[in-house]
Design a protein around this ligand. Structure first.
Ligand SMILES: Cc1cc2nc3c(=O)[nH]c(=O)nc-3n(C[C@H](O)[C@H](O)[C@H](O)COP(=O)(O)OP(=O)(O)OC[C@H]3O[C@@H](n4cnc5c(N)ncnc54)[C@H](O)[C@@H]3O)c2cc1C
Length: 424
């Protein structure tokens, strides 16, 4: 069976970049469909919007550093985007969070100053916009000591390790364990977050924790403070414990990342956009310089999605959109587009040092200065599919995704008025 559906724009990928592009297109009146084989990095990453954390030294003001960074890295996505587009996308995002499905929940911060947040192992990580539930973890905010709270029930979070490393970094910290009754031996962060959403359960937890706390301590918990009502959970815990409380991102599944996904999905849907998950793009129809349609195969049914514009936001190696095959050849698997940044055949693909920049790190779809796929006039590229960034080293992945998703949508709207009458 085969069907063909027509849209003003089709976005491939439902990570931050694709959802932002889809939502912004839909908000401007375009008929848009976001196709994705599954959810993206949102469900794995911390849920913060890291714009620029290291360049290579730790960056205190990402807004102040962007121009120099872009000038020094002309092939980086930020060189094409610039601080104004980054800032516009952050403002748009802050508004969508405020109007979003999680009542009262908000992100705090700006390009002015990076927060410095603890990771699950007590390292410090700079980030521009952070969920309110993480803000009190900022190593720069106040001198009160940190009590890192964990539970043996949540196996992925080790408060003693986190506290020891924070202490090495000069932040007075200690760890406590709280017994939590669980139904499943393999309780994960999402399961615990659902418990925190329950006011009765939370009351009991806070009462047990209060007995273990000392004066002048703020409380760091793994990022499980509610899946449905994080704002209410944070406020209630802070009231009951009489002190600041914050979340520390932990191993996947990432509850703050899932909240981020819900906020962006909700923005897309409220604007009338469509999201089809489980729709892997397995083929496409292309004439010399245009993609005319993409094909998905799901549930025994082939569906073709035709549009005058496509946004490729399918991620990079992590999502499988770019692959290195067994003959050491590198491919863009979704639309078969040429790549940039691939080391020459004679050069090594990997270096031995684990934390070094890998030769393949900057690989992405070859684009022009407007982030349009080279040689294809109607495909814009966004997010981790772009070349030139080493996002895990720079702390730039979510900033690039947000800004380039916005930029792709605005380019489609500006260049074509979405061709079929969408508001430009
Ligand atoms: C574990 C982890 C931790 C991270 N930590 C940080 C951090 O601390 N700070 C930071 O800034 N960045 C971090 N990142 C990176 C950051 O999350 C990403 O750079 C950013 O989210 C990329 O978003 P994206 O939308 O471009 O791609 P992705 O989130 O990878 O989404 C790609 C989307 O494309 C879809 N897709 C792929 N192929 C197809 C296909 N053929 N057909 C249809 N759909 C397809 C996928 O299903 C998915 O929906 C982390 C990433 C991971 C994985």
């Amino acid at each position: 069976m085969r069907g063909e559906l027509h849209y003003d724009a089709v976005v491939i990928g439902a990570g931050t970049a694709g959802l932002v592009a889809g939502a912004r297109l839909a908000e401007a009146g375009a008929r848009v469909c976001v196709l994705a084989k599954g959810v993206g990095s949102t469900h794995l990453a911390p849920g913060t919007i890291d714009v620029l954390g290291h360049a290579p030294e730790r960056v205190s003001s990402p807004g102040g550093a962007l121009e120099e960074f872009a000038a020094a890295h002309p092939d980086h996505p930020y060189a094409a985007l610039g601080a104004e587009i980054v800032n516009d996308s952050l403002q748009w995002f802050l508004e969508r969070v405020a109007d979003g499905p999680l009542a009262g929940y908000r992100y705090v911060g700006s390009l002015e100053r990076n927060h410095v947040l603890p990771t699950a192992i007590g390292a410090l990580r700079p980030s521009a916009l952070v969920p309110e539930t993480m803000a009190a973890g900022d190593a720069q905010s106040g001198s009160d000591r940190v009590c890192v709270v964990g539970s043996r029930s949540l196996r992925d979070f080790h408060p003693a390790l986190c506290a020891a490393n924070l202490s090495h970094a000069g932040i007075a910290a200690r760890a406590v364990d709280i017994e939590i009754e669980v139904d499943r031996a393999d309780e994960n962060a999402l399961g615990l977050a659902r418990r925190f959403d329950d006011p009765d359960w939370r009351k009991g937890f806070a009462a047990r924790l209060a007995l273990k706390l000392q004066a002048d301590e703020r409380v760091g918990l793994p990022a499980v403070l509610g899946a449905r009502d994080p704002h209410g959970v944070l406020a209630d815990l802070e009231r009951r414990l009489g002190r600041r409380v914050f979340e520390i991102p932990t191993l996947p599944p990432s509850v703050p990342g899932m909240r981020l996904f819900e906020i962006l999905r909700s923005a897309l849907r409220r604007a009338g956009g469509r999201l089809v998950l489980g729709a892997e793009v397995v083929g496409h129809d292309r004439s010399s310089s245009r993609v005319n349609a993409v094909a998905t195969h799901a549930g025994g049914r082939d569906v073709h999605y035709a549009a005058p514009w496509f946004v490729l936001a399918a991620g990079g190696f992590a999502s499988g959109a770019i692959e290195l095959d067994s003959s050491w050849a590198t491919h863009e698997r979704v639309l078969g587009l040429p790549l940039r940044g691939v080391p020459d055949q004679t050069e090594p693909r990997f270096v031995a040092e684990y934390l070094a920049e890998q030769p393949m790190s900057r690989v992405g779809v070859a684009v022009d200065a407007e982030l349009r796929a080279e040689g294809v006039e109607n495909v814009l590229v966004a997010g981790a599919a772009l070349p030139g960034a080493v996002s895990w080293r720079e702390g730039s992945g979510e900033g690039i995704a947000l800004a380039s998703g916005s930029h792709a949508a605005n380019l489609v709207l500006a260049q074509a008025g979405a061709r079929t009458g969408a508001a430009a």
